[in-house]
Write a protein that binds this ligand. Structure first.
Ligand SMILES: Cc1ncc(COP(=O)(O)O)c(C=O)c1O
Length: 440
């Protein structure tokens, strides 16, 4: 078989299993209400941010390109942004990367040492997996724990510690990787419990928590500084990742670490060393987005976004119940199905410290075994929410993921709820019965 035949056969196999990825048709989304992007605060459409960016760009000494690797070229603008971000996030040091993917892939590949262990949430992002695979950690000491499960984390940690004396003495350490807002599930990590479990089971201080705030940046915490800041845990995490490409409507990412770790990354993180640094225009764009965080604009938008999320969830729950939609055909996941379950375990301290009414999230997965059919139905009604299938989510957990934006109206989400219920009702009872049977 020629290489071309092999590649074509792999794609054809994906076609048959209805999991072939394709780029969206660039024109097809025109005019649709967007429920698919990570533009949670709608900053990419903000006239004020656009005007500020163009002004700052016109005034910036350097605009085009960056000239080469951070290690080779004048990085004055980059260094200034890093200093600003370290202060803003109350971190000892900051290091820019071209993307969150590069940051995770670089950090996990080089910082954990031989003899260390790596524990990660089973739903952790692909970029962490890539870093873990490239790391020098013994494959037997790379362990996934059940999503957001503190007992699962404790059990996995306990087993590692029992089996590896160097973890008890502190000669080696355990890196624990979590996200704060999980992009496919809309779940929030129980961070305080995670931090406590690590400290308790690794009393020698050799537990290192790495927190990916990609989807939480701009939305949670004072001035959108993230969930770590919302809980005041800045001093208890080893590293934090904030990305600029989602709610901040820019490009790039920053790792918040100690100066020693920063220095180590500068020497060993290949996606940082062997790449051209962020272009100057990107640095200007990130500065402008952080202006919007610092001046309180983002927090106002986030409050609106989370209110809308609560409204959407309440409307969808009620419509699914009123119209007796079979859960095997269309349902909310367990953590969102009942109002009281939407909160993470430590939500009371979280809401009071944040002055936010609750811990709603802008990501709402709607589970269905027919996500493509549902997405097509929505699209035909002017609504763009994407089907997400295996391998991006576990088998049997296919869904249409709804991403809310601060500039959606209540009428927009009411339309979405109506269209979803209408789709469920369009299924002949006999086929719904088949779905239910298949699930049993
Ligand atoms: C949790 C998480 N971490 C990291 C990344 C990568 O960030 P970036 O888009 O900046 O590469 C993403 C985005 O896809 C993400 O969802």
């Amino acid at each position: 078989m020629s290489l071309n035949d092999k590649l074509a056969a792999a794609l054809a196999s994906r076609d048959r299993r209805a999991i072939r990825r394709r780029l969206p048709d660039p024109a097809a989304d025109d005019g649709l209400v967007d429920f698919s992007t990570n533009d949670y605060l709608a900053l990419s459409r903000s006239p004020a941010l656009r005007a500020r960016f163009l002004r700052q760009l016109a005034a910036a000494p350097d605009v085009l390109g960056s000239g080469g690797s951070r290690l080779l070229v004048n990085g004055r603008a980059h260094a200034a942004l890093e200093a600003r971000l370290a202060a803003f996030f109350r971190a000892p040091a900051a290091l820019l990367f071209n993307s969150g993917f590069d940051a995770n892939a670089g950090l996990f590949a080089c910082v954990p040492q031989p003899g260390d262990a790596l524990l990660f949430d089973e739903h952790i992002h692909a970029s962490v997996h890539d870093g873990v695979r490239a790391s020098r950690v013994d494959p037997a000491a790379r362990v996934a724990f059940a999503h957001n499960s503190v007992p699962g984390l404790r059990k996995a940690l306990g087993e590692l510690v029992a089996a590896r004396p160097a973890l008890r003495t502190g000669a080696s350490g355990v890196f624990v990787a979590v996200e704060t807002l999980y992009s496919m599930d809309g779940t929030l990590a129980p961070l305080p419990e995670i931090v406590d479990a690590i400290d308790e089971l690794l009393p020698a201080g050799n537990g290192h928590l790495i927190v990916d705030e990609a989807h939480a940046t701009g939305i949670y915490g004072p001035q959108g500084r993230g969930l770590v800041a919302a809980y005041g845990l800045e001093d208890r995490v080893f590293a934090r990742l904030h990305t600029f490409g989602k709610a901040l409507a820019a490009t790039g990412a920053v790792l918040l670490v100690t100066p020693l770790v920063r220095d180590y990354l500068l020497n060993y993180a290949r996606p940082l060393i062997y790449t051209t640094a962020l272009g100057h225009a990107n640095v200007v764009a990130a500065e402008c987005s952080f202006d919007a965080l610092e001046d309180g604009t983002a927090q106002q938008l986030a409050t609106r976004l989370l209110e809308l999320s609560r409204y959407f969830l309440a409307a969808l729950r009620s419509a699914l119940a009123t119209h007796r939609v079979p859960p095997a055909l269309l349902s909310l996941p367990f953590h969102l199905a009942l109002p009281s379950l939407a909160l993470p375990p430590s939500s009371s301290s979280f809401s009071s410290s944040l002055a936010l009414p609750s811990s709603a999230t802008p990501i709402v997965p709607v589970l269905t075994p027919h996500p493509r059919a549902l997405a097509a139905h929505l699209r035909a009604r002017g609504l763009n929410a994407r089907a997400i299938t295996w391998p991006t989510v576990p088998k049997g957990a296919d869904r249409v993921r709804v991403c809310l934006r601060a500039d959606h109206s209540r009428a927009d989400v009411e339309r979405l709820v109506r269209a979803m219920v209408e789709w469920a009702q369009s299924w002949p009872a006999v086929e719904v019965g088949a779905v239910v049977q298949a699930k049993l």
